[in-house]
Design a protein around this ligand. Structure first.
Ligand SMILES: C[S@@+](CC[C@H](N)C(=O)[O-])C[C@H]1O[C@@H](n2cnc3c(N)ncnc32)[C@H](O)[C@@H]1O
Length: 830
């Protein structure tokens, strides 16, 4: 390490790296704490890994794990988790379970979309080291503070002293006169301290043109509700907020030397404490005078005055309230106070304490009325997360109260900070300077399409840090940045390629996926598979039951998902490449089965194994030699089966049977054993559910009743239940049962294939003869038909159908897209 200025000398080199933030050299250096944390790409990553990690040695490596499928507690009510907010977070307690399962003490965990660094917190708790990276300097700054030992007492002493000093200078701004409201002459009793002040929008009545204070007209003081329709205070016309224009005011903003026009907002209620008791009151003359006086003051301290960047979220406050610059988010009073606090902050711990509080000190803190002891109070629900939304009624929170509380919150975090993890600020799309095969496990929570615009949302924090996200490679869907799903998918692919490269072979990556569109879900999965990962398990957190359910890797999902995937063994990869996949089908399946838990895992079913093999081959552009019947033949000749699940060897099969026996002892039998762990949302999962459920023969009406209870099928065109039963099971003595012999298996298979061919031919015919887009069709038939055409080399026909398919069908079916992509390549039609 370069001793005197360990980062400065590297800065020019670091500037060439993707994701180098926007900011002046001195500000980047000031914010950094090398070698552990740099507010730019960190030149010490390899040094850190060399020091703490273990090099990968193919010859001696004996690592083996199956995917983690246990339940994960939520952990969202944890003081560490809550100490510093972020737009989305994964509780570190949940991450700990994964790290514990996949790694050993001393291993190195990596998260390239680290946000607040919860992966690092989890790693610390388990004595593992972590490398954490994010594009956003605000994120890495928070992550740094979550991952660095701190002298708690020194921090407390300093923070309290700062508050004392600032309070002495600025405390008067939050005082209000308290009167005895019971006495007729309103006897003055002393000064109270304001907890929060409610401010209200002012509208213009479309009928009389008079001003309407939203609070006065729309908040029903009796019920504590905000009315949709209310009466103009002057002309009594019935109006809604939407019908009204806002009242606007223009003023000279000295700090930027510009005329600014903003929506008028006025104080309407105070919540204050006097003699240990809380009170509410309408601001009186003194309160209004006080605010007026503050408005006329100059702020003698530095505070950020940057113009808000163009973007998706930043448009909203501009349009609704004329908020164009970052300091406009604060009332003058709060800006003065916090700028004074900031002027005292020299240490990074103190700045973290500051950033943990400031979002709640803006005009974004929404007032939500509730009736308490006969009076209107606020529910204290806070900002609308993931936005810059300025509500019509907001709370101006008193900074002292929040900053005091945050001292304790910070200390709570730092009690657990044991050692330094390594934190870098850069894009995971290019991690070139980090060597291959040196990370033991990856836990990551990437951005999901257009869910959250991190670089915009982090601007508020970054403006105080004076270092900003370079959003060129930010992996989001955002019009202003010119990024559609295509650009997003490409950035995801680059990111997962880097993840793949740095991870040791046979190691695991866990990706959490939040509620989002199926197209985004597919983009993530595709990126993972194209990068080379093999997905071994996809679970969905069933929030109602608090447990994980298995899902297949296609289809639309509306919940939080956890994807477990592994990087194949190096030898396998090399052989696979040398032979272009030829004769490797068995090896592929064996590797996959070896990496699955010996439980009723849907990934062990023939359909899922086939689909995994198919996509792996297609993604590598190799010839698929097996059709599904030949594939089944291969499974039967090579592997072991029970209950429709396949196992690599007799040992695995035995483990499964043991597991089943144990479940039976615990009273979990039949349908509850496997079927209830499955989310049913397409034909594949439906048939698998039926298969599990019909362990014993059952009549139609019993099946029907239970199937409709669990079925969640929305987007896939699938056959009627009756048809699925007829084509996949044997009907005997008024009941349906599973096929039992090889002959029965064959009969069922033939029947099903015949029916798939019939349905595909209908699709093909429609595509050839009609110009209309095909809006819905049976996915299984489409895949089956494409598979037939692919094997016959009829790529043109695949493209003929593809052209007619509606975008939605393509978006949700990654298998279908795989075929189209490869057909385009084969025909030179891309
Ligand atoms: C879902 S958040 C991660 C939150 C994190 N799991 C936590 O608990 O705080 C995704 C993060 O990805 C970051 N990001 C977006 N594009 C990136 C890129 N190309 N490279 C690295 N980080 C990126 C965003 O700044 C954001 O912090």
């Amino acid at each position: 390490m370069k001793a005197d200025n360990p980062l400065k000398e590297y800065l020019e080199e670091m500037k060439k790296i993707e994701g180098y933030p926007h900011g002046r050299d001195e500000d980047i250096l000031e914010l950094s704490d090398p070698p552990h944390y740099t507010a730019c790409p960190n030149p010490y990553i390899n040094e850190f890994i060399e020091k703490y990690g273990t090099p990968y040695d193919e010859e001696t490596d004996e690592y083996h794990r199956e995917p983690y499928v246990g339940d994960v507690s939520e952990g969202k009510n944890d003081p560490i988790y809550n100490a510093h907010s972020y737009h989305t977070k994964v509780p570190y307690k949940a991450i700990m379970k994964y790290i514990e399962h996949y790694t050993d003490e001393g291993d190195i965990v990596f998260d390239g979309f680290c946000g607040t660094g919860m992966t690092g917190v989890a790693a610390q708790m388990l004595n593992r080291k972590a490398v954490l990276s994010d594009l956003s300097p605000a994120a890495t700054f928070i992550a740094y503070n979550y991952n660095t030992p701190v002298d708690i007492d020194a921090f407390q002493e300093k923070a309290e002293r700062i508050l004392e000093e600032v309070e002495e200078e600025c405390g008067w701004m939050y005082q209000t006169y308290h009167f005895n409201t019971r006495s007729s002459d309103r006897e003055y009793l002393g000064k109270g301290t304001i907890n929060y002040t409610v401010w209200s929008d002012v509208f213009i009545c479309p009928y009389c043109g008079g001003e309407i204070v939203f609070w006065d007209a729309a908040v029903d003081k009796e019920s504590g509700k905000v009315l949709k329709e209310f009466l103009c205070s002057a002309c009594e016309a019935e109006i809604t907020k939407k019908e009204c224009e806002k009242s606007w005011v223009t003023f000279h903003d000295k700090s930027i030397g510009q005329e600014i026009t903003q929506a008028k907002q006025v104080p309407v209620m105070l919540n204050y404490t006097f003699d240990g008791k809380r009170y509410e009151k309408i601001p009186d003359e003194n309160d209004l005078k006080l605010i007026e006086e503050i408005e006329s003051l100059d702020i003698p301290y530095w505070y950020p005055t940057y113009r808000m960047p163009e973007g998706y979220n930043t448009q909203q406050p501009k349009k609704s309230h004329g908020i164009t610059h970052v300091h406009h988010f604060y009332t003058k009073r709060n800006l003065l106070y916090i700028a004074n606090v900031f002027s005292h902050l020299s240490k990074k711990t103190l700045i973290y304490w500051f950033t943990s509080a400031i979002s709640r000190l803006t005009k974004m803190y929404k007032f939500m009325p509730i009736k308490k002891n006969g009076k209107i109070a606020d529910r204290r629900t806070g900002n609308v997360s993931g936005t810059f939304y300025i509500p019509s009624l907001f709370d101006e929170n008193t900074p002292l109260i929040l900053l005091k509380r945050k001292i304790n919150d910070c200390q709570e975090v730092w009690k657990h900070n044991l050692f330094h993890n390594l934190i870098t600020t850069q894009s995971i799309t290019n991690f070139d300077e980090t060597q291959n095969n040196n990370i033991d496990y990856i836990f990551t929570d990437p951005p999901f399409g257009d869910n959250l615009m991190y670089s915009e949302l982090n601007f508020l924090w970054e403006s105080w840090l004076k270092v900003f996200t370079n959003n060129e490679t930010e992996a989001i869907v955002n019009k202003t940045q010119g990024k559609s799903l295509i650009e997003y998918s490409e950035l995801m692919l680059q990111s997962f390629k880097e993840y793949y490269r740095v991870l040791k072979p046979k190691r695991w990556i866990t990706v959490v996926f939040h509620n989002s569109k199926s197209s985004v879900w597919n983009a993530i999965q595709e990126a993972m598979m194209k990068a080379g990962f093999v997905i071994a398990n996809v679970s969905i957190l069933d929030k109602q039951q608090g447990s994980f359910k298995q899902v297949t890797s296609t289809g639309a999902v509306k919940n939080d998902l956890v994807i477990s995937a592994y990087k194949p063994d190096k030898k396998f990869e090399n052989r696979f490449l040398e032979n272009a996949g030829e004769g490797m089908e068995e090896d592929f399946i064996r590797m996959q089965l070896d990496n699955l838990t010996p439980t009723p895992n849907i990934e062990r079913t023939e359909k899922m194994l086939y689909s995994k093999m198919l996509s792996y081959y297609l993604k590598h552009g190799y010839i698929v030699r097996y059709d599904s019947s030949e594939f089944y033949e291969m499974l039967r000749n090579t592997f072991y089966e029970a209950d429709g699940y396949w196992f690599a060897d007799s040992n695995q099969l035995e483990q499964y049977l043991e597991y089943k026996k144990k479940m039976k002892l615990d009273g979990i039998v039949g349908s509850a054993f496997a079927a209830e762990k499955l989310l049913v949302y397409d034909e594949k999962t439906a048939i698998r559910w039926l298969y599990d459920y019909i362990e014993e023969p059952k009549d139609y009406s019993t099946i029907y009743t239970n199937f409709t209870k669990i079925s969640n099928i929305a987007e896939d065109d699938i056959p009627e239940l009756k048809e699925m039963l007829e084509n996949n099971f044997i009907f005997e003595n008024g009941k349906y049962r599973r096929p039992q012999s090889q002959d029965e298996e064959l009969t069922v298979r033939k029947k099903r294939e015949k029916e798939l061919v019939r349905d595909f031919n209908t699709i093909l015919l429609e595509a050839k003869n009609s110009r209309k887009k095909i809006k819905s069709c049976r996915n299984e038939a489409l895949v089956y038909g494409f598979e037939m055409l692919y094997q016959k080399g009829k790529f043109g026909e695949i493209l003929t159908v593809a052209k007619q398919l509606d975008k939605k069908i393509l978006e949700r079916n990654s298998e279908v897209r795989d075929f189209i992509e490869i057909a385009e390549i084969k025909t030179g039609n891309y």
